[in-house]
Design a protein around this ligand. Structure first.
Ligand SMILES: C[S@@+](CC[C@H](N)C(=O)[O-])C[C@H]1O[C@@H](n2cnc3c(N)ncnc32)[C@H](O)[C@@H]1O
Length: 244
C-alpha cells in the first residue's frame, strides 16, 4: 500500500514536462494527482519542518500565516501550541493540496485554522499584519521568492517572527561562519530539483539574514528517499522583524 503510494508519487516526480501555462497551472498539474499521497512521502523528504515550527516564538492570541502551506501539515505539527493561536491561515495556490488542508481542518475541528487559495507574493491578510509567518519548502517553488519574502515582511508586525525551512545550496564563497558545499552539491542538487520546478538558491539565506534579525539558523543535510543514501542540503531559519 505504502509502496504503491510512493510509486505513484515517483512516477509524477520523474515524469518529464509539467503541463500548465502559468505558475498556478503548473503547480496544479504537478500536485493534482499526488494530493492524496503527498503527506506520507513528504514526511520522509522534507526534513526539519516540525523543528522549525517548534522554534517559532508563539504567544497567546497570535495570528499566523503558513505561506505555500499545502496540506496544512505544519499546523498539525504544532500540536497543543496550535490552541494558543487566535488564527492560522494556510495560503497556497494549489486547490488539490488545499482540499487536503480543508479535510484536515474539518476532521480535527480546528476552528482557528482556515485555508485560502492565493499567491504568497501578493497575499495581504484582510485583518492587517500578523505575528508569525512560515514557509516550509515553499520558497524554492516560488519563482519570485524574494517578492514572497518582501510581502511576508510587510505582512508582519514589527517584532513578529518568520520561520523558513527549505532546500538550498551554499554560495561558492559563503559568508564567514556559513557552510561550504562541494562543487558536486552545488551543481547536482539544483539540476535534480529543477526537473520538478523546485529551484534551489544560494541566496535565500543571505536575503533572510539581511532582512530579519536572526533567532536561529541551522544548515544541515537530510536523506532523500530512494536515492541510495544521498543527503540534500537544507536550512532552517527563524528570525524577527526589526522594530521600525
Ligand atoms: C513542496 S510544497 C510544500 C508544502 C508545505 N509547506 C509542506 O511543508 O508540506 C510547496 C508548496 O508551495 C506552494 N506554492 C508555490 N508557489 C506558490 C505561490 N506563489 N503562492 C502560494 N503557494 C505557492 C505549492 O502549491 C506547494 O503547496
Amino acid at each position: 500500500m505504502a509502496l504503491a503510494a510512493d510509486l505513484r508519487i515517483l512516477w509524477k516526480v520523474l515524469l518529464p514536462g509539467t503541463r500548465g501555462t502559468d505558475h498556478a497551472g503548473r503547480l496544479e498539474a504537478f500536485y493534482g494527482a499526488q494530493a492524496n499521497d503527498y503527506d506520507a512521502y513528504r514526511r520522509r523528504l522534507l526534513h526539519g519542518r516540525e523543528e522549525m515550527m517548534a522554534a517559532l516564538p508563539i504567544q497567546q492570541g497570535d495570528r499566523l500565516l503558513d505561506l505555500g502551506g499545502g496540506t496544512g501539515s505544519n499546523l498539525e505539527a504544532l500540536g497543543e501550541r496550535r490552541q494558543l493561536l487566535r488564527s492560522a491561515t494556510v495560503v497556497d495556490l494549489s486547490p488539490s493540496l488545499l482540499g487536503i488542508a480543508r479535510e484536515r481542518i474539518a476532521r480535527n475541528e480546528w476552528d482557528n485554522v482556515a485555508a485560502v487559495q492565493a499567491d504568497a507574493t501578493t497575499y495581504e491578510p484582510p485583518d492587517g499584519p500578523v505575528d508569525l509567518v512560515t514557509f516550509s519548502y515553499s520558497l524554492t517553488m516560488i519563482p519570485d521568492w524574494f517578492l514572497a519574502l518582501d510581502r511576508a515582511l510587510a505582512n508582519l508586525k514589527p517584532g513578529g517572527a518568520i520561520g523558513v525551512v527549505d532546500f538550498y545550496v551554499a554560495r561558492k564563497w559563503p559568508a564567514e561562519g556559513m557552510r561550504r558545499h562541494s562543487r558536486f552539491q552545488r551543481t547536482w542538487w539544483p539540476a535534480m530539483f529543477g526537473w520538478d520546478n523546485v529551484f534551489l538558491s544560494p541566496d535565500h539565506l543571505p536575503y533572510l539574514r539581511e532582512r530579519f534579525e536572526k533567532l536561529k539558523l541551522e544548515e544541515r543535510t537530510g536523506r532523500m528517499p530512494y536515492m541510495l543514501g544521498l543527503k540534500a542540503p537544507y536550512y532552517m531559519f527563524v528570525g524577527k522583524k526589526r522594530p521600525v
